[in-house]
Write a protein that binds this ligand. Sequence first.
Ligand code: PMP
Length: 355
Amino acid sequence: MTVRIRADLDSLPGYVPGKNIPGAIKLASNEVSLGPLPSVVMAIAEAAERINRYPDNGSVELVARLAAKLGVDEDQVAVGCGSVTLCQQLIQATCTAQDEVLFPWRSFEAYPIVAHVVGATQVRVPLTAEHALDVDAMIAAVTPSTRLVFVCTPNNPTGTALRRAELERLIDAVPDDVVVVVDEAYREFVADPEVPDGVEVAKARWARGRDNVAVLRTFSKAYGLAGLRVGYLVAAAPVAAAVRKVFVPFGVNALAQVAALSSLDAEAELLARCTGIVAERGRVRAALIAAGYDVPETEANFVWLPLGERTAAFNEHCLAHKVVVRAFVGDGARVTIGTPDENDAFLAAALSFPR
Ligand code: PMP
């Protein structure tokens, strides 16, 4: 007898992570190129002596630190094994089969996967011609079956971010029984003051009794802890409680909790690194534009090259130059901003790509 596996999993797209190719420069996963701070490594090493014990199931210390930093209550924070796990928990907490999860497309590749796993119906709203979230089209796509809306800003992989008026218009147009998740994985790289802090926007909504606005953040990008898997949700207490309910016990490991706390201690230093990355982003984008590339405005630690049918050739060309980018074949290439040397290597590849 053959083992019975859910038949619908056959059509589930796999998550394709950025490749690690020995000897090549990896600019494919929006990580920070610089290694962890010595203070963070030391905290992890000390905590490693106690890994015979289970971690704190509620990440109590980390939740308290995040709540204090963000000016929210502790019951308005949920910590997860990377913010991608929190995306899945949010869908599990809000959707049963056939309920709709609405998100922009192209956007973070995990949204369709986690929606599919839970059996929710995906509603993908195409981006505008400028590679930005289409607020009007997203509002128009909300139906009585919509239970969750992902608003990825800055958007992965295009880097475009919603300005305050657009984000508020979108949030305010969604019925207040539908959870709106502002996914701010790249918040720390935002330089445009017109791009609002989602947590402040959410707090203003909660104060008016609109509990449906939530924000996702991560320690994987600006805080340099991609390998440890820790992210957090800031939400009204009932939403945060529901997300915690569908938690896999002990999902946030002990080293991740300690590293996140230690990174918060070193926050000023880590955020100063982001300022350097933002400056490099400006330099890389300007060089690409000067060379004739179309590069949408970006508020994240990556640039998007909408190369269409030439994406695969561009990817091969970069690989030949030992630079690994993230290619979405037929659509475009996303390139992470690395160290100045890494960016120079990428620019050398991009500028020698026959156009
Ligand atoms: N949201 C967005 C928009 C992302 O790009 C990513 C990572 N690529 C995540 C969430 C998940 O990050 P993590 O699980 O590492 O916290």
